[in-house]
Ligand binder design. Structure first.
Ligand code: FES
Length: 141
């Protein structure tokens, strides 16, 4: 009887673990093939970042000034990318990706994947960092 309870309890705990893991949002992937140029611009090689092949794909990196940046694919076109400064526009707290939105854990502001503010207290969209896109690489900065 005790072993049946243990098995049953174990089965429930395993089930909860599986459910919990299934609910954990997909995190942005650290960018690979990133090169920082002497002028501080960052070159992201697209062939080394398969996450950016699909619309909504995101990779993250930090530039030489310590700014955390998300590179987001916003459409199918070659130039459909945004580079976002991942500092919350309310008080600068670092954002994290939760599903398809950016969330600030400081006062719970939300931003769309492309950086538009969707929930206060932040009032402005995320800062866009200029970029140049080609079929092979994105140069940010
Ligand atoms: S610092 Fe992000 S909501 Fe306040």
């Amino acid at each position: 009887m005790d072993s049946e309870k243990n098995v049953s309890r174990r089965a429930v705990l395993c089930g909860l673990a599986v459910l919990t893991l299934g609910l954990i949002p997909e995190n942005a992937i650290a960018a690979s093939g990133v090169k920082v140029l002497a002028n501080g611009k960052v070159v992201v090689n697209l062939s080394k970042n398969p996450a950016l092949k699909k619309v909504g794909g995101v990779v993250q990196f930090t530039n030489n000034k310590g700014i955390d940046i998300a590179l987001v694919r916003t459409g199918k076109g070659v130039k459909a990318f945004r580079a976002l400064n991942l500092a919350c526009t309310h008080q600068g707290y670092p954002l994290r990706l939760e599903g398809d939105k950016w969330v600030c854990d400081n006062h719970l502001a939300n931003f769309s994947l492309a950086g538009a503010v969707t929930k206060g207290p932040a009032e402005s969209n995320l800062q866009n960092i200029p970029l140049k896109a080609t079929k092979k690489k994105i140069t940010v900065g």
